[in-house]
Design a protein around this ligand. Sequence first.
Ligand code: TRP
Length: 450
Amino acid sequence: MNQNSRDGFSSRFGVFAAVIGSAVGLGNIWRFPYMAGENGGAAFLIIYFAFVLIIGIPAMLSEFIIGRRGQSNSYGSFKKLAPKKPWYLVGLMGILAAFVILTFYSTITGWTLEYVVLAVKDVFSSTTAVQDPKQVFEHFHTQAARPLIWQLTTMFLAAVVIMFGVRKGIESSAKVLMPLLFVFLVILAVKALTLPGSAEGLKFLFKPDFSKINSDVLLAALGQSVFSLSVGMGALITYGSYIKKDVNMSRTAFSVSITDCIMAILAGMAIFPAVYSFGMYPDQGPGLVFVVLPAIFQQMTGGVYFALLFFVLVAIAGITSIISLLEVIVAYLVEEFKLKRVLATTVATTLACALGAFTTLSFGPLKHVQIFNKSIFDNSDFFASNILLPLGALFVVVFLGWFYDIRQTKDELSNQGTLKIRLFPVFMFIIRFIAPIAILMVFLKGLGVV
Ligand code: TRP
């Protein structure tokens, strides 16, 4: 394939949908609500939003610039932009991060598929024999076979889309699924807000309590903001390389990031009012979505339908994010090892499933395997989200801010001088000073180094 016939996104909306597909995922609907729940609600929200503005958006834009300039995967783009320097290691670190995230991300997305089936089977209906959602969850996620089968199914679905290519697979599916996701989320939020007593939940989400904020919470908010925007591991470098030269990337980065925040808040607005309305509390960690919500669906009129809507929504959000994680690896294998797309996808998927099996089993048969006092799952999540991703984001902004020719950056960002980029000095200032210092400070403090 020569340069001109390289597969890519066909339109501005196509780019937007695909990047939203990557950004909006379990991070928004499963992780954000429980993190906000554990870390002071609105106070967490404000800090989170600040990180999105000063780190997330500039880092996203930096990745787009590197990818579109480099016209290659996350490794190849660095190689192209800095041929004689070891910056390509950052690209390789991204590929490692993609693997690590895939291993635990596919576990949780797999669970949501089980819950789609449970919803269809009427387990969440108030009229059938009520089962205790806590027991249902405990029983299901500690098994070996079922969670593994769902993990494989999840990866398989993502792999099929990837095999169709960038435009026909990634873009086409996102253009349908993302609007659908948005509509589902709005319906659920409206339903939650009309429940009696929902105001308590809103208060929790929007009334700040800063006494909960400490360095751990800061690190968690930083980790969550880069995770949610898919920053720090080359997914956006890879997608950036598929963006046409006449697309205004600043606008894309901005609108994607804001939409991502809106989706997270909407998820919070669907979840917290319902939780409070039924006299429950949102501080139950990762089980929030799988234990607390089913208990609520059981008591709600029409709960089965809302349960079905909700879990289909989370599954879609998860799978479209997995697609972007997988594409990082596939693009690398195709471009650097000249593998055919189908073969590359098969190799990457098989490897991710093999590693991911350990993560899935770490809730059941491998529960006793503890490293640093944490399960395999918690280790992978911590290592990828709080270490690899912030480091990746740091290297990306430092590279563009300090080591790449500023005229080239300007040229790429302004579409060869055809766009006015008034905020360019602000952007440079942020990626040179503010973002690196903020990431480093939070990062070191969170690790307990300073
Ligand atoms: N952003 C996704 C979420 O919020 C997860 C994700 C997809 C991701 N691709 C990524 C995170 C790349 C980091 C890097 O669920």
